[in-house]
Ligand binder design. Structure first.
Ligand SMILES: *[C@@H]1O[C@H](CO)[C@@H](O)[C@H](O)[C@H]1NC(C)=O
Ligand SMILES: *[C@@H]1O[C@H](CO)[C@@H](O)[C@H](O)[C@H]1NC(C)=O
Length: 380
């Protein structure tokens, strides 16, 4: 026949039979899955990925594997995976999956209960919600699909367990949940990791220097406008802030919607610093011109006097203003008013930002799969 002579027909049929899914009549076979999350070791917000270490503990009943203990006194045996049926899982969001044990074995009890432990490391894609970065919270899903079976044959019952003991992380998993999405054609279950950013580092490294720079800039307004150090001071602050700003922008990811509010905050800060530097340069320039004009006017008056000695006209009575005496020149007055408005504006901007931070919610654009004319929600 077609069978190789070394194989006996009965054995082949037996092997083929045990690698088929156990039949549970008209109901699907129930596979209980416990997901132990033992580590979430890398959360990369720039690449939108999460790396995690998981242990899957699956158990189901395969009555064909049961044996009579009075004939074979063993309580349990271990079998290689190619000699029995096991669910084959694919993680939909995974960029890569590293199954730690390359030839795992299943443990079978004498009554046919099969237990299979699979340890894996995986990097999965996650749509972080970074609107409130660095106090952001996101939900990352890992969808496990058994593509070789249908929902008529197989059904998962999943539970998750948080076994993370490492606390030296920026992002912590504060909640874990599992669900079986309804109305699927392929059996699946979904694990959701709720991640919370506990980054004190970002607050210290981003907010504190930015606020300090803004405060230093406001204080710079107290230097008299005649002092040339004021321009140097403001320009130095602006340059320092520009360096800080460019490194900050590189440290934050970009997205089509729900960009971090912090980016807007730091851009407004940049505009404020720019405005105050511009004002200093402008007013210093106007003051220098006014002083120059005031210094020049007595001599021109004198020359005019000498020229028009014969018919003496009204001698201009303008006194050089602002340089001596308590009276301010107009650029100084404008500078003083600007300083008051600027302080009020800076304070206002901080309060407005705090309000936006409290009330803003991320309204993301519809995903391409939902919005496009031919798009639809994936349903497997
Ligand atoms: C077979 O299906 C029934 C009904 O859904 C369920 O209670 C039972 O546990 C299933 N048996 C196996 C071996 O999965
Ligand atoms: C197990 O084997 C013994 C001895 O052959 C037999 O008496 C008994 O009925 C068997 N039990 C079952 C459940 O088949």
């Amino acid at each position: 026949s077609v069978w190789p002579p070394l194989f006996n027909l009965n054995l082949s049929q037996e092997v083929e039979e045990t690698i088929q899914i156990p039949n549970n009549g008209s109901a699907p076979l129930l596979v209980a899955v416990q997901v132990f999350v033992s580590n979430v070791f890398n959360v990369d917000i720039l690449r939108y990925t999460v790396s995690s270490v998981l242990l899957l503990q699956m158990s189901w009943l395969d009555p064909r594997l049961a044996w009579n203990t009075s004939v074979h006194p063993r309580r349990a045996i271990t079998l290689p995976l190619d000699s029995l049926w096991t669910p084959r899982l694919t993680i939909l969001e995974a960029l890569w999956v590293d199954w730690r044990d390359l030839s795992p074995q299943a443990r079978v009890d004498q009554d046919g209960h099969v237990k299979l432990n699979l340890a894996l490391t995986t990097e999965t894609n996650c749509n972080f919600d970074l609107l409130h970065f660095p106090r952001d919270q996101s939900h990352c899903s890992l969808s496990f699909y058994a593509f070789s079976n249908t929902v008529m044959e197989l059904e998962f019952q999943a539970h998750a367990m948080n076994e993370i003991v490492s606390v030296k992380r920026e992002y912590v998993v504060h909640n874990l949940s599992t669900e079986v999405p309804p109305q699927q054609l392929v059996p699946c279950f979904q694990l959701t990791l709720s991640l919370k950013n506990t980054a004190l580092k970002s607050i210290i490294a981003l907010l504190v220097p930015a606020e300090a720079l803004l405060l230093a800039d406001v204080c710079g307004g107290l230097l008299p406008i005649q002092a040339t150090e004021r321009i140097a001071y403001k320009v130095t602050l602006l340059l320092g802030y520009l360096v800080f700003h460019s490194s900050l922008v590189q440290a934050l990811p970009s997205s089509s919607s729900c960009n971090p509010l912090l980016i807007y905050f730091f851009t407004i800060l940049l505009l404020l610093l720019f405005l105050s530097t511009m004002e200093t340069v402008l007013m210093a320039g106007l003051l220098a011109r006014a002083t120059l004009g005031a210094n020049r006017s007595p001599s021109t008056a004198l020359r005019g006097e000498q020229r028009d000695r014969k018919n003496p006209g009204p001698i201009p009575e303008e006194a050089p203003r602002g340089i001596q005496g308590s009276k301010r020149s107009w650029p100084e007055t404008v500078d003083h008013i600007f300083f008051l408005v600027y302080v009020a504006g800076v304070a206002c901007s901080q309060f407005i930002f705090a309000g936006v931070w409290m009330w803003a919610a991320c309204k993301s654009d519809p995903a391409p799969g939902e919005a496009a004319p031919h798009g639809r929600q994936p349903s497997l």
